[in-house]
Structure formats: C-alpha cells, structure tokens
Design a protein around this ligand. Structure first.
Ligand code: F6R
Length: 243
C-alpha cells in the first residue's frame, strides 16, 4: 500500500466483516490483538465504524498478545492501559470479554497464569483472527529470537534491541522492564487468520528477512511463512528492501 492509512482501513473492514458474520451465526468472534504504533489506525477505524456505522463488539472476545512483566495495569506504560486508551474505552465490548496477560501476577503464580491464558484461548475454540506487528528483532508478540515453533504463552526476557526501541516511551532504557509475558509462536500460528502490519523504512530490513529469508528461530516472524492464511500488509517504506 502507498500509505498506512488506506491499508489500515482495509484491515479494519476485514475485522468488521468477520465480527458481523460471526454475529449473524450467533457465535463469538475471537480476536488476537496487538499494541504498539502499528495497529493504532486500525483501532481508530474500528472506533469510527462503531460510532458511525453501528458496528457492535458485543459478541467479541479479545486476547492481547503480550504485557510487560512486572507491570501494573494502571501504569500508563502498560499494554492494559494502551488497549483501553486506543480501543476498549470507545467501543461496546464487555469488560469480561477482554483478556490481557496479567503483568501484576506474583512470580509464584506466573507459570500457572500463562497456562490458564493458553487454555482460555483454546476453550473459545482458538483465535479467529490475529493482528500482529513486527519488532526489529523479528519478534511477533514478544517472541524474541530463539523462540520455539511450538511455544505457548510464557514469560520471556526482552531482547536488548526491543528495550532500546521501547526506551523513549519509558523515558530511558533503565526504566524498560526486562521481562514480559507473551503468547507463544504456537499460540499465534493456531489462529485461523493472521494479518501482520508493517509501516515505515525502519521495518524494511526485518521484513525482507521475514518474507524472503529462511525459516529460523533467529527471526521468529519467519515461522509465519508456513501459516496458510497469513497476509503481510505493508506500506512503501516497509517494502523498500524486498526483491
Ligand atoms: C505488541 C507486540 C509487538 C509489536 C512490535 C512492533 O503487542 O506484540 O510485537 O507489534 O514490537 O511495535 P510497533 O508497532 O510499535 O512498531
């Protein structure tokens, strides 16, 4: 796409259509959601459709990809806060249908809470649609280099590059958490439909590796090459290194 705006509208339309189709069958629509700068315009368009076109999220269940650890919900740097600010506070989703990994859980309960998160996704029949961004390390969610193909929701140590990229938001790298909770590669690949968003030339190099390189745990996003219903939606800058 020439720019992220028109591309984001298209992605929002696909999500809206899925929500409406599920609604017409009286079924829940299970969405996997991402934070960060990439999906913001998709969320803006979904909010517009809710306000102006009556798109309802009453039948939508969401599971977010990740959360920093430790992280309090009320902290403005939390992904909990981000999602409410950029989407949930502006639509009619039921609060009990919102799922975000709990960055507040004690270290003793962390392992079990990850298992519970994974089981809850499965109990809903899996993700109907997963929205992704991509980090400069090739991470999807916070699945950093070295992540296993079959990994599930778990705690992970953030890559240095990821912490450098998050530093401005945290007013310095020393304030960026060293850990996070993330859905696994296996969790993401089990989604029936995956859309990855990439905007701008600073994503061009990692997108080239992801799309044209060999599948390797060193670039976890390359695992998407084997998913049969994945689309990369990228703008001109992000596609500038593709052959
Ligand atoms: C966020 C997430 C990350 C981001 C990635 C790109 O929930 O899972 O993988 O999608 O770090 O971030 P932005 O979009 O800010 O460039």
């Amino acid at each position: 796409f020439e720019n992220s705006k028109e591309a984001s509208v298209l992605v929002a339309q696909e999500i809206a259509e899925l929500i409406r189709t599920k609604e017409s069958k009286n079924k829940p629509c299970v969405l996997g959601l991402a934070t960060g700068s990439s999906p913001i315009r998709v969320y803006e368009e979904l909010i517009r459709m809710h306000r102006e076109e009556g798109l309802s999220f009453a039948n939508v269940i969401t599971f977010n990809l990740d959360e920093y650890y430790p992280m309090d919900k009320n902290n403005i740097q939390s992904y909990f806060y981000f999602m409410h600010e950029h989407l949930f506070n502006h639509i009619d989703i039921l609060p009990e249908n919102i799922n975000i990994p709990d960055g507040n859980v004690s270290s003793e309960d962390l392992y079990q809470s990850c298992i519970d998160y994974e089981m809850k996704i499965k109990a809903y029949g899996g993700l109907d649609f997963q929205l992704l961004g991509i980090g400069r390390t090739g991470h999807i969610g916070f699945n950093e280099p070295g992540s296993h193909l079959n990994s599930g929701t778990r705690s992970i140590t953030l890559d240095h590059i990821t912490r450098v990229d998050a530093a401005p938001t945290f007013l310095g790298i020393d304030n960026v958490p060293r850990k996070a909770i993330t859905m696994g590669i296996g969790t993401v690949l089990a989604a029936k439909r995956i859309v990855l968003l990439g905007w701008g030339s600073n994503k061009a190099e990692i997108l080239k590796e992801t799309i044209e390189g060999e599948i390797t745990s060193e670039v976890p996003a390359t695992y998407l090459q084997n998913h049969d219903n994945t689309t990369f939606i990228i703008d001109e800058g992000a596609s500038s290194e593709l052959t």
